[in-house]
Write a protein of this length. Sequence first.
Length: 79
Amino acid sequence: MGDACHAMRPYMAAGGAMAIEDAAVLSRCIAGFDDLRTAFSVYEATRIPRVGEVQRISIANSWMHGPTEDVDWFFDYDA
């Protein structure tokens, strides 16, 4: 779903990364719940905080500015 659901600025390869994460989380939610309404609710609750933070940093275009910027939160995220 990626950019179709939460468009990103063209920085950090964030749109592609969010699409891959979305697929992983959504497939686990659908497999883990018999009720699709519950699966989608859990999916949304899981993704909104993560995507919001990535969008915020992407909009500010401040990612990796500075010598001590920690990027593990983005690259080491375990969907």
